[in-house]
Write a protein that binds this ligand. Structure first.
Ligand code: SF4
Length: 332
């Protein structure tokens, strides 16, 4: 199996003229400075030297602000730093993240020339009211048009989405996820909206006009949309925001459903659904659950939630690593 590695280069809010209601890039990234040429090269080299797998696919990933929104010569400057690594075969290509309204045919031709293979768009929502309330500055139609153009030129497409934004509802979140599936995205990221210091949402929160989702609501909403992506073979690259210093020690995070084990909590609930029929009084005393190796921790549950629930109905609850999911109940 080929192991996929990304070498992340974070370029915070580089020339981004927008200020989306939820965003304070510098706070979220935990990094204020734009890396210089030597830092970028050092980052690439140190990542390359740490990769263990021989069979690998490596991308250099420019994350952060809107890459294709910066002047063309600056885009070419950053992209050119990656070229020697691509030429030498150490790196396979480049991945960038940008806004849906910063995509057109000329931009895509430039990205192709420099071996960009994957473009992630911050779609956030495919509901115009939510986009407008969060000051995104683009419409749902613009996301759709850009996504189609990206796919038509053979790039891999990522569409990030957020849940719990101002004006958002569970129905709108499900509709957004369904549109992402229809657009045949190759991957997605699901971010619950958080109240970050010094953002518009922080102001609305102080005035009492915006309330973030509770952790439980965010887990339940994510649980509803995750199977839509999994069933469509869309890779879910991230569930929940990456913990940066400010978020972990609480300086920058004002409120909202941030948890280091957010993904685990969501998958615990998905597994709990599979056990629903067994969370009840019965005449058996042993339950044996066979689960694929990479899923077993989620099946047992965050803080053993599912196992403990099952223990209320069975004297013995045994989880076994196996090939396919199977449940056996017995009387011994
Ligand atoms: S989310 Fe993107 S477009 Fe919006 S302010 Fe942040 S960097 Fe700019």
């Amino acid at each position: 199996m080929i192991k996929h590695y990304n070498i992340p280069i974070f370029i915070p809010e580089l020339a981004c003229p927008f200020q989306c209601a939820f965003c304070n890039q510098k706070k979220i990234s935990g990094q204020d400075l734009i890396p210089d040429k030597q830092e970028i090269i050092n980052t690439i080299e140190s990542h390359l030297s740490s990769f263990k797998e021989k069979k690998r696919f490596v991308n250099i990933a420019f994350f952060g602000g809107s890459f294709t929104g910066i002047p063309k010569d600056e885009q070419e400057y950053y992209l050119s730093l990656a070229q020697p690594f691509i030429k030498s075969g150490q790196v396979n290509g480049i991945q960038i993240s940008t806004r849906p309204d910063y995509i057109n045919i000329d931009i895509l031709k430039l990205l192709k020339k420099y071996h960009v293979n994957t473009i992630e768009l911050g779609a956030q929502s495919l509901d115009d009211e939510v986009l407008q309330k969060t000051f995104r500055g683009h419409t749902a139609d613009q996301v759709i048009e850009s996504a189609k153009l990206i796919k038509s030129l053979g790039f891999k497409l990522g569409l990030q989405m957020m849940i719990g934004l101002p004006g958002d509802t569970l129905e709108k979140t499900i509709a957004t996820a369904k549109r992402i599936v229809e657009l045949e995205a190759d991957n997605t990221r699901i971010y619950p909206a958080l109240v970050i210091k010094d953002t518009a949402m922080h102001n609305w929160y102080k005035k009492g006009t915006f309330k973030p989702l509770s952790l439980e609501e965010a887990v339940m909403q994510t649980k509803k949309i995750l199977p839509l992506f999994l069933n469509a073979n869309i890779k879910v690259l991230r569930i929940g925001l990456h913990p940066s210093e400010g978020l972990v020690n609480g300086d920058e995070l004002i409120d909202g459903p941030f948890h280091l084990n957010f993904k685990e909590m969501v998958l615990t609930e998905l597994w709990a659904d599979k056990f629903q029929d067994y969370f009840k009084i019965n005449d058996k005393n042993t339950i044996e659950i066979i689960v694929p190796k990479n899923e077993i921790n989620y099946a047992i549950g965050y803080k053993a939630k599912n196992k403990n629930l099952l223990k209320q109905y069975y004297q013995s609850v045994i989880f076994i690593k196996g090939e396919t999911f199977q449940i056996n109940t017995n009387i011994y």
